[in-house]
Design a protein around this ligand. Sequence first.
Ligand code: FES
Length: 226
Amino acid sequence: MSDDPRRQKSKYTSDRGIPGAFEGETVTRRRFMTGTAHTAGAVATSAFLLPAIGFALGPLFEKEPVAWNDVGSVNDFPDNTYIPRIFTEVPGMGEAGKTTAYIRKHNEALDGPIPKPVQYGQFIAISSRCMHLGCPVRFTSAAQRFICPCHGGVYDILGKRVGGPPVRPLDRFYTRVVNGRVQVGPRYSVNSELKRFSPRLPGEPLDGIGQYLYPSTPTQRKLPPQ
Ligand code: FES
């Protein structure tokens, strides 16, 4: 670079010895072109970054009303076996938003006391989604077992895993009774002691360190008011 002060004040980049200078290019033009390139880069980056951030963080600010589905009269469900019911778990998705729950009346001998808040536990609604990879399980009343056809997962009448690769008991749904009708609400997950957790994905264990390794995702936090 030249030590000549006149060359240092020149408006041409070549006089000032700026890297990449070419004949006739002024410092102002260099700054303008650099600024334009940075602005274009920022616009291009935000074009794909902002939607991605919005998509990821949007659910944090959503206040979805809790959806309750009518699945039948209180008299439709015995307390010693399950009745399957299909209902809409995710509204607005058509058939893809539907799921199946196996439902029965709470049975003190089988289930122990109703966990608090008791208004959500008078009926047991067990999800048909296997906790290995998500295949639909079926309840076999003769064997009193939920059986998964995909890889041989087996659960007892409470939905606790007794065989095969599933990592935790079957998910459950909150239930409530309104005017003699049973309604099924949000999904929740349970650990091997049937303690409630916010919903987790299949394959995510909830015992021990698992509950910390697999926190619930924002879209899955849909617990009713306690
Ligand atoms: S998906 Fe049920 S055992 Fe694999």
